[in-house]
Design a protein around this ligand. Structure first.
Ligand code: ATP
Ligand code: MG
Length: 488
């Protein structure tokens, strides 16, 4: 081999080496680019996965939200019907299965603890036969009583709660998820409310637990309201019965009083009649003797005879008053109504009484409204009213006193006030004043005779005219007797 050939070979090898070195470097560079690209791709993949995950998460949240809204609607519907039910037996009847379907539960029941029977009884059952529920619950009643008394909602998703019980409930009622919540009204039977589902796709959450707790609270509240309503209703029935009984008793008592009163009136009336005949003859004989028609009468005997005559007059007066009261009371004495000018009656009565007033130096005033209309009245009886009231006023007013007769017309009714500045009437006597024979025990009554019939007669006459009579008095200051009488 020539030296030239060797040199050429060496140069070619050197060239090849250089070429290879350059290629390797390029390959390295390309590898770096490929690595970079791979990394970017991996990063992009990671991001895509994240986006998918977020999307799934969002969908789930949306589903949960939808479920919650449907649940809330169902709850609101149920609450409204439960809250407006006032009959205990109707409360559970208003709860229907469709409401639970909306909540995602196809099984539900409500049980109440009967203290007397010492057992739970089923009030509502959806998707599970009632006898099965009762049988199971009562065979294990202490567990359920404890659950009820704990006041806490028991839920299949709560990890901290008794797993054995959870398993037992799930197995017996053939459910995958469930919520059981106490019904705790303040009074009466308490109980438990259960909802559950077999569906493994339905994942119950804290929201469901909360909804069912609210619902069982509402059932408790509704039971409380119904019981309260029932109690009030019973109390009212009882009260009505009592009122009815009392009214019947009172009506009977009133009838009895009316009968007694009639007997009294009849008695007074017949006794007065019987008295009148002998009294007339006593008065007649006394008159013959006083007039000395049967011969001279010694002065002492004459004086006694005059006393007999005076007392007989008083007796006749009393008997007449009594007869009048009895007649008016029994309706036998009818008022002879006619158109009467009240002014005339008042002036006439004032005239009659003025002599007695003068004797005691009592000032007698009249104050009669200009517009006093006529009244429909029995003139004679109305005069008796004025004479009696004015007679009393004079009798019970000391010397130098004042008596005023006032008459006013108010809304078709005439009111008369007879006021005096006399001794007045003790407060505790006022209510008895218009009763027959009632007289206040005072100095004047001890000196001046009287029967205590005047005011009773006056009251009967006023009432027979559809009026009212009353008195206002201040002991030591004076009294005002007032009565009303309808105008024509
Ligand atoms: P009678 O009127 O039968 O002669 P009386 O005047 O005692 O007897 P009422 O007119 O019925 O009987 O009055 C009953 C009682 O009422 C009186 O005895 C008197 O105690 C009291 N009374 C009546 N009017 C007045 C009066 N204006 N002031 C004070 N007390 C009076
Ligand atoms: Mg009198």
């Amino acid at each position: 081999m020539s030296a030239l050939t060797i040199t050429g070979l060496a140069a070619a090898i050197a060239f090849l080496v250089i070429f290879l070195i350059l290629k390797i470097d390029k390959i390295k560079k390309m590898q770096a680019v490929v690595d970079k690209l791979k990394k970017s791709l991996e990063e992009m993949d990671e991001q895509a996965k994240l986006i998918v995950r977020t999307d799934i998460e969002l969908n789930r949240t949306q589903e949960e939200l939808d479920k919650k809204i449907t649940g809330l609607y169902a709850l609101q519907r149920l609450s409204r019907t439960i809250a407006t039910t006032l009959e205990e037996s109707q409360i559970f009847k208003t709860i229907d299965s469709s409401s639970f379907d909306d909540l995602g539960f196809e099984k539900a029941f409500a049980i109440l603890w009967d203290e007397k029977e010492n057992r739970f009884s089923v009030r509502l059952n959806i998707g599970i036969p009632g006898n099965e529920i009762e049988e199971h619950i009562n065979s294990d009643k202490n567990t359920y009583l404890e659950l009820m008394r704990s006041g806490k909602t028991f839920c299949s998703i709560a990890t901290a709660q008794n797993p054995l019980l959870k398993e037992k409930i799930a197995r017996f009622f053939k459910v995958n998820s469930f919520v059981i919540s106490p019904i705790l009204p303040k009074e009466g039977e308490k109980g438990l409310f259960f909802v559950g589902t077999e569906n493994t796709d339905v994942a119950i959450n804290e929201g469901d637990e909360e909804l069912i707790t609210i619902l069982s609270n509402q059932i408790g509240q509704a039971l409380e309201n119904a019981r309260l309503f029932e109690k009030t209703w019973h109390a009212q029935q009882e009260l009505e019965k009592k009122v009815e009984e009392r009214t019947r008793e009172l009506t009977l008592a009133l009838e009895e009083v009316k009968k007694i009163n009639k007997r009294k009136t009849d008695f007074i009336s017949s006794v007065s009649h019987e008295l009148r005949t002998p009294l007339t003859s006593i008065k007649g004989y006394a008159a013959i003797l006083i007039e000395e028609k049967l011969g001279h009468l010694p002065a002492a005997a004459k004086e006694r005879m005059e006393k007999i005559n005076r007392h007989s007059d008083e007796l006749v007066h009393m008997v007449n008053d009594l007869l009048d009261i009895a007649r008016i009371e029994s309706g036998r004495q009818t008022m002879k109504m006619e158109e009467v000018r009240l002014k005339d009656i008042i002036y006439n009565a004032a005239d009659i009484i003025s002599i007695q007033c003068k004797n005691k130096d009592i000032e007698l005033l009249t104050d009669i409204g200009e517009d006093i209309p006529s009244v429909s009245a029995d003139r004679v009886q109305l005069e008796r009213v004025f004479i009696n009231l004015l007679g009393n006023a004079v009798k019970f007013t000391p010397e130098k006193g004042k008596i005023t007769i006032k008459a006013r017309s108010e809304n078709g009714i005439i009111r008369v006030d007879i006021a005096d500045t006399g001794i007045g009437i003790p407060v505790d006597s006022v209510s008895m004043l218009f009763e027959e024979f009632y007289r206040v025990d005072n100095d004047i009554n001890q000196q001046v005779k009287g029967t205590g019939l005047g005011l009773s007669l006056v009251k009967h006459i006023v009432e027979a005219h559809q009026g009212k009579i009353w008195v206002e008095s201040k002991p030591g200051k004076g009294s005002t007797f007032s009565f009303t009488i309808p105008a024509i």
